[in-house]
Every structure is written in C-alpha cells, then in structure tokens.
Design a binder for this molecule. Structure first.
Ligand code: ZN
Length: 68
C-alpha cells in the first residue's frame, strides 16, 4: 500500500498524514505505529482537522474533501 503524505501548509514538507476518527481497528493501530496515520479519537467535531504534519505538528482540514 502506498504511503500517502500530504504537503504541510506550515513547514512545506510532505510530512502530513491523515487524522482518522472513530474507534480504530487493529490494522489502523499498526498504521499509526508506522506514522502513516494519526488517530484522532472516537468522535470528530464539526470542522475538525483531518491532516496532521509529523514534522511540526500542524493540523489542518483537508480542503479537497467533499462536503456532506
Ligand atoms: Zn509541518
């Protein structure tokens, strides 16, 4: 599985990973161990960020995510 990384708007490094909300599965825990995702907790607040930079810790919302 390709390791998806996102460009951080703050430090301009491709160190951003997805913040995954909800109760994590075992495989999701393993991805978090490998710094492929960040676990955001069981509940996602409205407008909560879903990207986090592993370099500087910046969190931001994914602008290209379609709105519900
Ligand atoms: Zn950053």
């Amino acid at each position: 599985m390709p390791n998806r990384k996102f460009l951080c708007p703050k430090c301009k490094q491709s160190s951003g990973v997805e913040i995954v909300y909800g109760y994590p599965s075992e495989s999701l825990f393993e991805e978090a161990e490998r710094d492929e995702v960040v676990l955001g907790g069981c509940t996602q607040m409205e407008g909560a960020p879903n990207r986090q930079c592993l370099g500087c810790g910046r969190q931001w919302p994914n602008a290209d995510m379609s709105l519900d």
